[in-house]
Write a protein of this length. Structure first.
Length: 101
């Protein structure tokens, strides 16, 4: 429990409430609060489960696309650097002049 909740429980116990009663009260209040939050977000209907599943799939798709794009950019940069390095070696060794002829 958080410090504030623990303090409230101790205060209620000091006034005669039992820990079992307080636990039930806290659980009920938590459930009511959770339902209110879900209702506010529009997630208290029959479509909520499939909507959440679809959102998770969309997020996973975005993550996969982002990972793929980063991987493609890194591969492109590495290929470009290797090509530039090979061109530099060809120029430095004179191989390019021999090919031109």
């Amino acid at each position: 429990m958080t410090a504030m909740l623990e303090g409230l429980v101790m205060q209620a116990e000091a006034q005669g409430a039992t820990r079992v009663t307080l636990r039930a009260l806290v659980e009920e209040a938590s459930e009511v609060g959770a339902c209110r939050a879900l209702r506010t977000l529009g997630l208290m209907d029959d479509r909520a489960g499939p909507d959440i599943t679809e959102l998770r799939q969309l997020i996973q798709g975005w993550r996969d696309a982002k990972k793929s794009a980063v991987s493609a950019v890194v591969a492109w940069v590495v290929r470009t650097l290797v090509a530039l390095l090979l061109i530099g070696v060809a120029v430095k060794t004179g191989w390019l002049e021999r090919v031109r002829g």
